[in-house]
Write a protein that binds this ligand. Structure first.
Ligand code: KG4
Ligand code: ZN
Length: 347
């Protein structure tokens, strides 16, 4: 069977984005539609599962229609349907899965369940088909922060993960302390442009000499104590715009530094490592990208940064990995495909 011209629809609803995309040949993104629920969750400063699944229910069919129309493809022109079925909020996952099953059944198309995190890792292949393997990949988002070693498409082994908050969650919580809007990653990035990263001394939590795990919860506490002193007795002070910018710059630098130090540590540990990639919403961060490009410890590696729209949650990465799993590995799921809160490797 030729790889050319196989259109796969990818559906994503694991968190707070309802997304669908059509990808040809596993790589060519014909459409990539994302409906973000940020406006629904911002007043809660985090994703509320019930609110998320209700919104997915109203958006999933229009988003799929827009993805098909944008690609100029009818359901009859699809070769397969891929859908995120793990990990994520089960009530949200089920909405995408139900839509995928209905389309697959009614049009007689193969259905492929895809792991959302493996799809974030796979985005590197979509950006660079000549990706050199093995590839060290950082996946950092609001819900996940972990290091993977990608041995071959669709087979990424986890080397370490956060033991508490995710990097994006740390940025979201830090922004809340500074009175910056949700989501915190972009607002801290913007505020930090006017600030001095050396204005406050914040920790770089490394968890000992050898660990490849992350811990970000202490960073948020360090910022809180810096702002109002240790203990609960003191009120939050009001900050000048310059103080907010300085805190944002120092906080962003601490998160980025910690991620980079762990990447360096992992890169030293893996014999024959040939490339490095990043994925997840935090991979959009401009300081992280710039610092990785300039890092002399990582200079020997091929650096692959997927375009921003393939970093945050999207349907194209689901279609891309779905295409590989189906076309190269023969994976086809039946209508009993179920939602799972965790990845298989999370146990
Ligand atoms: O992957 P994603 O879109 O959704 C999931 O959490 O799965 O990631 C969202 C996270 C949020 O925590 C957000 O603050 C962070 O990614 N983020 C950023 C940037 N853009 C989004 N963090 C740092 N810099 C950014 N430019
Ligand atoms: Zn994600």
């Amino acid at each position: 069977m030729s790889v050319e011209g196989l259109n796969v629809l990818g559906i994503e609803s694991s968190c707070d984005e309802t997304a669908a995309a059509v990808v040809a040949d596993g790589r060519r993104v014909l459409s990539n539609v994302v409906h973000s629920q940020i406006h629904l969750h911002e007043r809660f400063r985090g994703v509320v599962p019930e609110v998320a699944s209700r919104s997915h229910m109203t958006r999933v069919l229009p988003v799929i229609s827009d993805a098909l129309a944008g690609a100029g493809v009818t359901p009859g022109g699809l070769a397969a349907i891929a859908v995120t079925n793990r990990p994520g909020m089960v009530g949200s996952l089920l909405v995408g899965i139900a839509a995928a099953k209905a389309l697959a059944w009614s049009h007689g198309l193969p259905l492929i369940g895809v792991d959302h995190i493996q799809a974030h890792v796979h985005a590197a292949f979509m950006a660079e088909p000549a990706l050199r393997l093995p590839c060290l990949t950082l996946v950092a988002s609001g819900g996940h922060t972990a290091l993977y070693l990608l041995h071959e498409p669709g087979r990424a082994e986890r080397l370490g993960r956060t033991i508490d908050d995710a990097a994006g969650e740390a940025l979201d919580k830090g922004a809340a302390l500074l009175g910056l809007p949700y989501p915190g990653g972009p607002s801290i990035q913007t505020a930090a442009r006017q600030g001095d990263p050396r204005s406050i001394d914040l920790p770089r939590p490394m968890l000992g000499e050898t660990s490849l795990d992350f811990s970000f919860s202490g960073l948020k506490t360090a910022l809180l104590y810096h702002l109002r002193g240790p203990g609960l007795a003191h009120a939050m002070p009001s900050l000048s715009p310059q103080q907010v910018a300085d805190c944002a710059a120092a906080y962003q630098a601490a998160v980025v530094d910690t991620l980079i130090r762990k990447l360096r540590r992992a890169a030293e540990r893996v014999p024959g490592l040939r490339s490095l990639s990043i994925g997840g919403g935090v991979a959009r961060n401009e300081l992280l990208r710039q610092r990785l490009r300039e890092d002399s410890h990582l200079a020997r590696l091929q650096l692959v940064f997927p375009p921003l729209e393939l970093c945050s949650d999207n349907g194209a990465m689901i279609a891309g990995l779905g295409h590989h799993l189906w076309h190269e590995r023969g994976q086809v799921d039946d209508l009993s495909l179920d939602a799972r809160a965790t990845s298989r490797s999370d146990g």
